[in-house]
Design a protein around this ligand. Structure first.
Ligand code: REL
Ligand code: ZN
Length: 476
């Protein structure tokens, strides 16, 4: 420990930072992974990796005209994977980020010689070894991947509106290990998708009132015990200024008024109703209609009551090319950051985690994070999850926020991807940190190894944990 407290020599910054970044166990704060106990919903293995939607869209750029998306998706996974392997790994070199990710993963799993031989069948055999052992084999594989990737635990995406998923929670909750934590996904509420909400309520025996919508959400919180609620916002998501001009400071002032201390629903007064109205409607089962505002009337009350953060992913345009299914999602929408500012201001006791899809929103995101203590910025999402862009975003974040953000999340859909997503990100983040510490050293600040370890820990999950345990309910 005396070594830990010794100042790191300028010449050693590089090696110390790299070894700390490599050795740091991470919290992966958003993935689409589900535990082995969720059976077929737990995706792993080479065929799943090759049919990742990033690779599907890359494949279709150059696929033969005779292969239509409909025809492709009608094939079994194995056949789809063969086509992608042939096209993206044999007919051309795998130098895109998504294809290189498969290489990094296979190399770390010890399959370098199969890759050298371009031998997909041999790679499949390696995976069959685990598959033959059934659930135990999958668990063993998942454990191995976590160890190689250096992941302490990963947040799942748990969608109660999806009956395939819901069956793993009710009537009997499936057991899953500590390495998976749940996150309750609520997109229909943010999108104002009345039909989906009403159907979900009816299907589970609730009435279609706002009170029952809140109850539905509370009941799912009880079942899933999520770390946070989450949604990707629709591309045109906007929270209009509140009545009376709604400058930011006006909203903030309203948000922290006395009454908001007393009732978890007190911010209903910000929706434009006056408070007498609120009390009256509280007692009636107000039936969901076209003007129902699920965000302020359902989601925010439950987040506040349960002291649960809301994680947002902002700026994705869905179904740009619907035929490609999820590979057709994702024109990058330049988002209105004012809406996030209004959310943070209007609901000061709710904590928000946010990440933006557009490179053009990244600077504003940093500015907002430095204005609202109920906002935490995380990760480089999807089209920003490329080394060149991670580098630029991370450097800007360090310059503007120090270590008060979370550098990355994997968004992995296939367990194996944890390996490459984290190894690629670690390499970029380490490079950025070396530069930033070298600048501090040049200005006369000599960090100890212990301090560097602390900082790295914050960027890879520590800042997130601090944010998650910081309740704001009592501070206003
Ligand atoms: O959680 C989301 O909304 C997105 O991350 C996904 O929709 C997206 O397809 C993801 O897999 C991209 O990395
Ligand atoms: Zn995601």
């Amino acid at each position: 420990s005396s070594l830990m407290n010794r100042k790191v020599k300028a010449a050693d910054i590089h090696s110390v930072v790299w070894s700390e970044v490599r050795g740091q166990e991470v919290i992966d704060l958003h993935t689409h992974l589900l535990p082995p106990s969720h059976g077929a919903l737990c995706l792993w293995g080479i065929d799943e990796m090759l049919t990742y939607h990033y690779l599907v869209s890359e494949y279709f750029m150059t696929a033969p005209a005779g292969i239509t998306p409909e025809g492709f998706f009608a094939m079994n996974k194995n056949h789809q994977a063969d086509l992608i392997w042939e096209s993206l790994f044999i007919q051309r070199s795998p130098i895109s980020e998504a294809t290189r990710g498969v290489l990094t993963t296979l190399q770390a799993l010890g399959l370098q010689s199969d890759v050298d031989n371009r031998d997909l069948d041999a790679i499949r055999k390696f995976y069959d070894g685990f598959r033959e052992e059934g659930l135990k084999g999958v668990e063993k594989f998942v454990g191995e991947v976590y160890r190689i990737a250096g992941v302490r635990y990963a947040l799942m995406t748990n969608i109660p509106f999806d009956s395939n998923e819901a069956q793993h929670w009710r009537p009997m909750k499936k057991e899953y290990p500590e390495t998976f934590k749940s996150a309750l996904r609520v997109d229909p509420l943010l999108a104002g998708d009345r039909k989906t909400v009403e159907n979900a309520l009816r299907a589970s025996g609730y009435s279609t009132s706002l009170e029952d919508a809140r109850k539905y959400l509370r009941d799912w919180c009880d079942t899933m015990k999520p770390e946070y609620l989450m949604a990707s916002t629709p591309h045109d998501f906007s929270l209009p200024p509140s009545e009376g001009g709604g400058t930011l400071s006006g909203v903030t002032k309203k948000g922290v008024n006395e009454s908001s201390l007393q009732s978890p629903f007190a911010f209903a007064d910000l929706t434009g109703n006056d408070c007498n109205d609120c009390e009256a409607t509280d007692n009636l089962p107000s039936i969901i209609n076209e003007t129902s505002d699920f965000l302020t009337e359902v989601l925010m009350p439950v987040c506040e009551e349960r002291d649960l953060p809301l994680a947002l992913k902002i700026g994705a345009h869905r179904s740009v090319n619907p035929a490609l299914l999820s590979a057709g999602d994702g024109l990058v929408a330049f988002a209105d950051t004012n809406s996030l500012a209004r959310l943070c201001g209007r609901f000061p006791k709710v904590r928000f985690l946010a990440t933006f899809l557009s490179r053009n929103n990244q600077q504003e995101a940093c500015v907002l994070a430095s204005k609202f203590r109920n906002l935490h910025i995380y990760g480089c999402w999807w089209f920003c999850n490329n080394p060149s862009i991670i580098k630029e975003i991370t450097q800007m974040r360090v310059e503007m926020l120090g270590t008060a953000f979370t550098a990355q999340h994997s968004d992995a859909r296939v367990v194996d991807q944890l390996i490459y997503k984290w190894s690629h990100s670690r390499a970029v983040i380490a490079k950025v940190l070396v530069t930033e510490y070298e600048k501090a050293v040049a200005s006369g600040w000599r960090p100890t190894r212990k301090e560097i370890r602390r900082d790295v820990g914050r960027l890879f999950g520590g800042s997130f944990s601090e944010f998650m345990t910081k309740s704001l309910r009592m501070t206003f």
